[in-house]
Design a protein around this ligand. Sequence first.
Ligand code: LLP
Length: 412
Amino acid sequence: MAPSPRDLVARFGSPLYVYDLALVRERARALKRCITYQPFQPVFAIKANSCPAVARVMVEEGFGVDAVSPGEVAIALKLGVKPDLVIYTENNMTDGEMAEAMAQGVLINCGSLDRLERLGKAGARACAVRFNPDIGDGSNEKICTGGPMSKFGVHFTQVAEVLRIERETGIQVVGCHMHIGSGFLDATAFVKAMGVLLDVARQLPHLRFVDFGGGIGIPYRPDEQPMDLDALGQKASALMAGFADRYTGIHGRERTVELHLEPGRFLVAESGTLITTVTSVKTNPDSKDGARTVKGRTYVGCDTGFNHLVRPTMYGAYHRIDNLTSGGAPLTTVDVVGNICESGDVFARDRALPMPKLGDLLALRDAGAYGMTMASAYNTRPLPAEVVIDGDDVRLARPRQTIAQLLEQYIW
Ligand code: LLP
């Protein structure tokens, strides 16, 4: 039987990240099912959730890992992912980081011509290139990663330069990659960008794979619908099949080009909940703004804040909130706020919740992607614990950080 939220908090403390591994597994399988093109290699963007207990589900399902830093590469390799299934999508990496990645045998996905050139000159024989198809999308401008305002990738019109570097250094571009943004629920721009990327891919003679990136959104708001994954899969598969037939003809290659997709959010967001305890409830009196009466707000304060889940503060993101222990309390409109010393530390304004009381447990839903991985120790507050549930199995995946650990980091 699934443990109650009260049991979880009694055992592991509050605040607490909890992940449902069965749901992660289901999403991983749904992604694999939606693509009919073969060969297909699914990849997990581990920046969304690098908790080993969560990432291991994807590894068991045969996913590769998209890593964006030496730290993420280290987690992938420690999880036992073979280096040739790790793609390191670099962004302004250092030469030292490049040398380390080469020694580890992971495939570097170059985000600029100057990195491609340095990689070729350093003796690498294979790499991928991330292209900017000049089309971006995403639920927020901060996470739109294509188009003229994006720092990412080689512009899709610069293929001649890529070919020159291939000729001059002997490096082979075996992967043609894009990632246009994150959190879209409508695939129109994504599909258009696939067309642009495949035009680029046609010109590259040594391809082993084409990677359309991630970006699939999830319905955070109650009125949003999940993306039609099967329709997207069919579209991507059909475009890829059309490409692959012609590509083999042009370049006389026997091997068929693999399709890669590398989502993060879609796989893990819905599996995660941040459980927090209500520590204060207050209703301010009405106030006057000139002749206007401003209704006093009700603030529900909790024992976590944007240090542990920054998405609402950083992107204005919406997360559903449930009162897990309401006991049938009437719906009331409240602001749910955290314990960090900034006014932006707000999880939700004007949210209708069964009236929270002191000690109630609230669930911040869909927090499994970019929740804990973006958490910080701001205000010198330790990171919360992470717990995974897999059927009847409930286990600690990461102990709560302690103040002692925070203090130990300094040279006193
Ligand atoms: N591939 C690359 C190269 C990426 O940079 C990303 C995400 C992904 C794949 C996975 O994207 P996804 O499928 O998760 O949308 N912190 C933001 C999201 C930032 C995404 C950054 N890149 C948020 O909380 O919404």
